[in-house]
Design a protein around this ligand. Sequence first.
Ligand code: BTN
Length: 262
Amino acid sequence: MNESAVRRHVRRAAFLFDAMQFAGWRIVRLDETESTNDAARGGRAGEVYVARRQTAGRGRIGHRWLAEPGANLTMSAVIDVSGLDAQAAATLPLAVGLAVAEAFDGAVAGIGLKWPNDVLVAGRKLAGILCERDGGNAIAGIGVNVRQTRFAPEIAGRAVSLARLGVSMTVEEALDATLASLARVAAEWKDGGFAAIWPRIAALDLLKGKFVRVVQTDGDESPAEGLCGGVAEDGSLDVGGRKIWAGEAIARHVGFYGRMPP
Ligand code: BTN
């Protein structure tokens, strides 16, 4: 066997090893918790914390995550990122977004990704992702609106659920679909890096070609504004030729986000 064939085999073996690890998620079910991301803190890689109700669900940038008890999926998966450098690990939210989008894109037309972490349908949020570091692990928090049909006034105009889109699915089915997709995408991401999944992210990218304004809440006072070149192969967002890293950024643009259903 020549050297490149050996390398191919080693890569394939590493991928199968990662895929097997992820396929064996251990589910910890909680009736009520403040936030599954907090419950997962100190957990072991491969564990998934799922709650029927969160009393203090968290979104990015200090936002709250509101979900009707028992009607939506609120879960956090513990993923080992100890072997990755900081830049590679920082692309996890994008990988998780892809996993969630691919879990439901067979059922939902027009699903797309708004960098860095929103899964949208027709401009409304179907799912949100909050990834946090916990030592050598990352906690991938995922909220998917499944059966909820009425939303609190502050999010009513921006949220959507599978049920509102005409997709009848139980929370358990949504969990199964999410975990199967996350197992596949996380193994691809760990094995091949962000570049291995980037083409699929680019295909779902809702910001590319739009005029966007990105506000960074981490002290950088100058918002980036311009025509968006989309998510780049390194996970940054190209805004008028300037690279923006997810960190604490919020991307906004004027107009409709959604890909039109075919
Ligand atoms: C966002 O869109 O700002 C991120 C929302 C993330 C919500 C999920 S629900 C499960 C997990 N636990 C939390 O407290 N947040 C995440």
